[in-house]
Ligand binder design. Structure first.
Ligand code: AMP
Length: 281
């Protein structure tokens, strides 16, 4: 397994991998890998001949005051996980390598349509999805994968990446993968490492509240607001909601009635730590 930070070297190696093996799969990550990420690696390995993982904490998708500086970085442990999963190459560039001419005002950016951005996380994290779309397109241009794997955990990100790829005719197939959870239901996330034992107990109520929406839907409640209002009662008192919404899982438009395939998404802060989760009815 190669671990490379240089863009040109990465391109050369991938050219060889493509020639030798064939279909190239790609899993973009910010590192601090857990079983959620690992499920993407496993799926990519099943479907592709060689798999590349990128590890890059992308400054352009963080706003001032967010956790860019304290985001967990653990390349050595991540490498072991990738090695175990027979990954061919880890691309782990520096900020300087990815953004040699600087950030923000001097950078050409991909700007996904506002109607995809002005809801859910986009409403609370200004320009976040411009940063995500920009780095993902840069990574696609560097790696040129045949297939790329993204988690349903970041539902809005997955929808936006699919939209950008369609709109700009990027020759890559985007594959969404289900959310992997801890045995007690908490969605796995690199940010879970910030949670104290007590905060983690409170955080469990997030998934419980999503399951409550599902229960209510299955018991015949079709009005999204009534279902969400009732489900909020399952949340621990210290869980502060950013949003708790029911949307169309492809267009992200609000739904008037709950139906199968509706996306129910929540973001909430538990003792200052922001967590996101969702289910599809
Ligand atoms: P991140 O490192 O947080 O940028 O995540 C990299 C990829 O892993 C994204 O496509 C995420 O949606 C995906 N991912 C993160 N957590 C999970 C999870 N619990 N289950 C499935 N995929 C996940």
């Amino acid at each position: 397994m190669h671990i490379i930070s240089d863009i040109e070297e990465t391109r050369k190696l991938i050219k060889d991998l493509r020639y030798k093996y064939g279909i190239i799969g790609f899993v973009p990550t910010m590192g601090a890998l857990h079983q959620g990420h690992e499920s993407l690696l496993v799926k990519a390995k099943q479907e592709c001949d060689a798999v590349i993982v990128s590890i890059f904490v992308n400054p352009v998708q963080f706003n001032p005051g967010e956790d860019f500086d304290k985001y967990p970085r653990q390349l050595e442990k991540d490498s072991e996980i990738c090695f175990k999963n027979r990954i061919s190459l880890i691309f782990a560039p520096s900020i300087q390598q990815m953004y040699p001419e600087g950030l923000n005002n001097t950078l050409t950016k991909i700007v996904p349509p506002q109607i995809y951005q002005d809801k859910l996380c986009g409403k609370f994290r200004k320009d976040h999805f411009n940063g995500v779309a920009t780095v993902v397109l840069k990574l696609f241009n560097i790696i040129q994968p045949d297939k790329a794997y993204f988690g349903q955990k970041d539902a809005q990100q997955l929808i936006i990446i699919k939209k950008v790829v369609r709109d700009l005719n990027i020759p890559v197939e985007i594959i969404g993968c289900p959310i992997i959870r801890e045995p007690d239901g908490l969605a796995m996330s690199s940010r879970n490492t910030y949670l104290s034992f007590e905060s983690r107990q409170k955080a469990l109520s997030i998934y419980k509240s999503l399951c409550r929406v599902k229960e209510l839907y299955e018991s015949g409640i079709k009005d999204p607001q009534s279902a969400v209002d009732e489900a909020k009662k399952a949340l621990h008192n210290d869980v502060i909601i950013d949003y708790f919404e029911c949307l169309n899982a492809e267009s992200l438009f609000s739904v008037e009635k709950l139906k199968d395939k509706t996306l129910v998404a929540i973001a909430a802060k538990v003792d200052q730590i922001r967590l996101i989760d969702n289910i599809i009815l």
